[in-house]
Design a protein around this ligand. Structure first.
Ligand SMILES: *Cc1c(COP(=O)(O)O)cnc(C)c1O
Length: 216
């Protein structure tokens, strides 16, 4: 068995049944994605629109494509027709644009609201106030369906800090579920920290290098 297939198998064996594995294939060739596909995998994540669109055009139609990176408003139009889930909604303006483009395409697009949980100021995401604002106006977005929250923890060996950040996201998720009972997705955890994320209630992990190997 190929290394990619072995890695995938190992993940599937250790993840609880209710947790979705998004295989993050950014920078990796289509042949790598096809290896995972042949092993039965269907959820793939990319962080750049151009790369995502190019791969989508070349690869099988039943792949569920996750846009996990920062999304610029002027690129939303390239995704709405086929994207399975947009993880990185980090502003009201972006949500409005997705709603508008989805409406034009006659679609309803599934989204996650990205929350800023890391200590680095460079990472994208909403703060609590911005989240609140979006939640209050959620009924005006007829063509998006908010499925839950997404976050990226600080890149550090300090597990206590990472746990604290995931726990915070989990608390926001629980609060949100009280207001929007239909939400079902908490996207947190990558190769380096997914175990901690699972402890804190993640329902979707985004794993790249531990499946496909290190990126250049
Ligand atoms: C690249 C990326 C991942 C996967 O990272 P690995 O450390 O390779 O598992 C997960 N989430 C986001 C948003 C990413 O950009």
């Amino acid at each position: 068995m190929s290394e990619i297939k072995e890695n995938l198998k190992a993940f599937k064996e250790q993840l609880p049944a209710h947790v979705t594995l998004v295989a993050v294939s950014k920078t990796k060739p289509n042949s790598d994605i096809m290896e995972a596909y042949e092993a039965g995998h269907r959820d793939f994540g990319e962080n750049k629109v151009q790369e995502l669109v190019a791969k989508q055009e070349d690869l099988p139609d039943d792949i569920r494509w996750h846009m996990i990176g920062h999304l610029q408003r002027n690129k939303v139009k390239y995704l709405v027709d086929f994207v399975h889930l947009i993880h990185g909604v980090d502003s009201m303006r972006l949500l409005k644009e997705i709603n508008k483009r989805a409406g034009k395409a006659g679609k309803r697009v599934d989204c996650l609201l990205q929350i800023h949980i890391a200590e680095e100021s460079s990472k994208f995401g909403l703060d609590e106030e911005e989240l609140q604002e979006i939640v209050e106006s959620i009924d005006t977005f007829e063509h998006v369906r908010v499925r839950g929250l997404m976050g990226m923890a600080t890149f550090t060996d300090d597990n206590v800090q990472v746990l604290r950040e995931f726990r915070y996201l989990r608390r926001l998720y629980d609060d949100l579920k009280y207001k929007l009972p239909k939400i079902d997705t908490l996207s947190m955890g990558m190769s380096g920290d997914y175990e901690l994320a699972l402890e804190e209630g993640s329902t979707m992990v985004r794993i790249g290098s531990s499946i496909f190997g290190a990126r250049k």
